[in-house]
Design a protein around this ligand. Structure first.
Ligand code: SF4
Ligand code: SF4
Length: 327
């Protein structure tokens, strides 16, 4: 699933992939065992790494793979709470393995964030797999029943863009507390299989996304969505230069930029020795480059969203993928 993220200057957030195991095979899944490692990180190792990664005011997102497949998730959550993370979110596909809702409490977990990519089974299951819509919506209702705060992440692509306008009704019915709209990244499965490359352009994005975000806000539910296309008066900034984002994987790789995760150009390695910087060349050298298209990694790995005028100038700069708008 795409993680629940919000890029703010001078913030620290840890996105901890505690396992790469998953029961689903979503068409846009970005997990690549070759690059990220295969399997789950043992509990004692996770505890040690969390201790290395936590500073003041650090947000923690536990994800996978499917994090509820990790048999020690409840202990990881309780340990993280004691350690003093500012917020703890679990990103899940909704299958909620190991009876997780009965093993943690709303005091332990700030948000369960469920991935749904369609307003009904016909749209969602074509992307995420048979029965995933029914299971996920049941999981949401069960989490709300137990008093957990719940968000939903909808990853927009050409496969489900036109169905986004049906989401306000569903998320109101499911009584969710926050709605995240994500945009498909050309990573993992999407980069390997052309039929999964369902990137959308500026017109498609602007026609659908802000309008739906507004409708959801009018229901009293906050919405977060990526900026994607900068307007002429907006300033490009790379999160890799100004914020502390750590995307941690089971093989010990720690990236600062999600768009770099298909390549061995991670900024750090984490191990029993702590968090150690990698020597150049790594993703950090890309963060310092300046190009008219905005984000350098977007231009390298997913340039299909850039359009040019007759003189060959980009019509819109592409924002950092970590820059989100909050409505
Ligand atoms: S639920 Fe998440 S980790 Fe699992 S296959 Fe889907 S996108 Fe990948
Ligand atoms: S997405 Fe682009 S702008 Fe954002 S951290 Fe990565 S390279 Fe920098």
């Amino acid at each position: 699933m795409n993680p629940t993220i919000l890029f703010k200057k001078n913030t620290r957030s840890v996105f901890f992939h505690i396992t790469t195991h998953c029961n689903l095979s979503c068409r846009h899944c970005y997990i690549d065992p070759v690059q990220h490692g295969l399997g789950s990180i043992p509990l004692d190792q996770i505890m040690q790494w969390l201790t290395y990664l936590k500073k003041d005011n650090t947000d923690l997102v536990l994800l996978g793979g499917e994090p509820t497949l990790h048999p020690d998730l409840s202990e990881i959550v309780k340990f993280s709470r004691k350690l003093g993370f500012k917020s703890i979110t679990i990103d899940t596909n909704g299958y909620l393995f190991h009876n997780i809702l009965n093993r943690v409490t709303p005091h332990d977990v700030d948000f369960f964030s469920f991935s749904l990519d369609g307003p009904d089974a016909s749209i969602n299951d074509a992307i995420r797999g048979a029965d995933s819509f029914e299971t996920c919506t049941k999981g949401i209702l069960a989490a709300r029943e137990k008093g957990f705060s719940v968000s939903v992440i909808y990853t927009v692509s050409a496969m489900n863009l036109k169905s986004l306008n049906q989401m306000p009704v569903l998320i109101q019915k499911l009584d969710i507390q926050r709605f995240f709209i994500q945009v498909i990244g050309i990573r993992g499965n999407s980069s390997k299989n052309a039929s999964n490359n369902q990137q959308i352009n500026y017109e498609q994005w602007m026609t659908h996304v802000p309008k739906v975000a507004k409708q959801v806000v009018q229901l009293g539910i906050p919405v977060t969505y990526p900026k994607v296309f900068l307007q002429k008066d907006e300033f490009f900034e790379c999160a890799g230069r100004v914020a502390d984002y750590f995307f941690v994987f089971p093989n010990g790789r720690v990236y600062q930029c999600p768009l770099c995760e298909d390549y061995p150009i991670h900024s750090y390695m984490i191990s029993t020795d702590g968090l150690k910087k990698m020597p150049p060349i790594n993703e950090q050298q890309f963060f310092d480059l300046s190009i008219p298209e905005g984000c350098v990694m977007n231009k390298i790995v997913q340039p299909g969203n850039i359009s040019y005028d007759k003189e060959g100038k980009p019509m819109h700069q592409i924002a950092c993928c970590l820059l989100k708008e909050e409505a």
